[in-house]
Design a protein around this ligand. Structure first.
Ligand SMILES: [Zn+2]
Length: 198
């Protein structure tokens, strides 16, 4: 028997999810159809609502349902500091750490020329425009300590310095509660290089 075409379409569509191959896409589709049609309806409604409502914040580029997100419009944040992160999850981690009172810009990616991701794809023009509002004084670079993250931080740093802004980079270091002998040598070396007066 041939699979009905709408079911076939669903199986093909489910494969857009990360880590989902043909077999698991098929399992998911039959599960929704046979065991959880209510769940399937909820999923369809949630996807439609998300696509209709979620947009990018005009200021920080993060996902929001308003033109400007609640964080950017909060009077309790310091508008003189702008922290640049790669992804919304990084912003959440920063917020959970409760160590930063300024505003953010979310790149939604990282420079990776080999994958065709250049300054345009990480919204660098918008970041430069955002940082040049006359209120931002310091740009805090909080991209990851990967090759791409470092290159991105360097590139953005140069662009910001050229516009007269103070540029800082979050420090690498030993994990809290970490013991020297259990830390990889690269992290330890960076901690020594970036030591400060005590
Ligand atoms: Zn925002």
């Amino acid at each position: 028997m041939r699979t009905p075409s709408s079911l076939e379409e669903l199986i093909a569509a489910l494969r857009c999810l990360p880590g989902v191959g043909p077999k698991s896409a098929q399992r998911m589709a039959y599960h929704l159809l046979q065991r959880d049609p209510e769940g399937a309806a909820g999923l369809a409604a949630a996807l439609t609502a998300m696509l209709a409502r979620v947009r990018r914040c005009e200021k920080c580029n993060n996902y929001t349902e308003e033109p400007v997100c609640s964080l950017c419009s909060s009077p309790r944040r310091d508008p003189a500091q702008l922290c640049v992160v790669e992804a919304p999850g990084d912003l959440l981690m920063m917020e959970q750490a409760q160590c930063y009172q300024g505003l953010y810009f979310v790149l939604m990616g990282v420079l990776s020329p080999l994958d065709g991701i250049g300054p345009k794809e990480v919204h660098l023009d918008r970041l430069i425009q955002r940082a040049a509002d006359g209120v931002v004084r310091e740009v805090v670079l909080a991209t990851n300590f990967t090759v791409e993250g470092e290159a991105t931080a360097h590139y953005i740093g140069e662009a910001m310095r050229a516009r007269g802004l103070k540029v800082t980079r979050i420090a690498r270091g030993l994990p809290v509660g970490g013991e020297l002998e259990h830390v990889d040598s690269g992290t330890l070396a960076q901690a020594v290089i970036e030591r400060r007066e005590a």
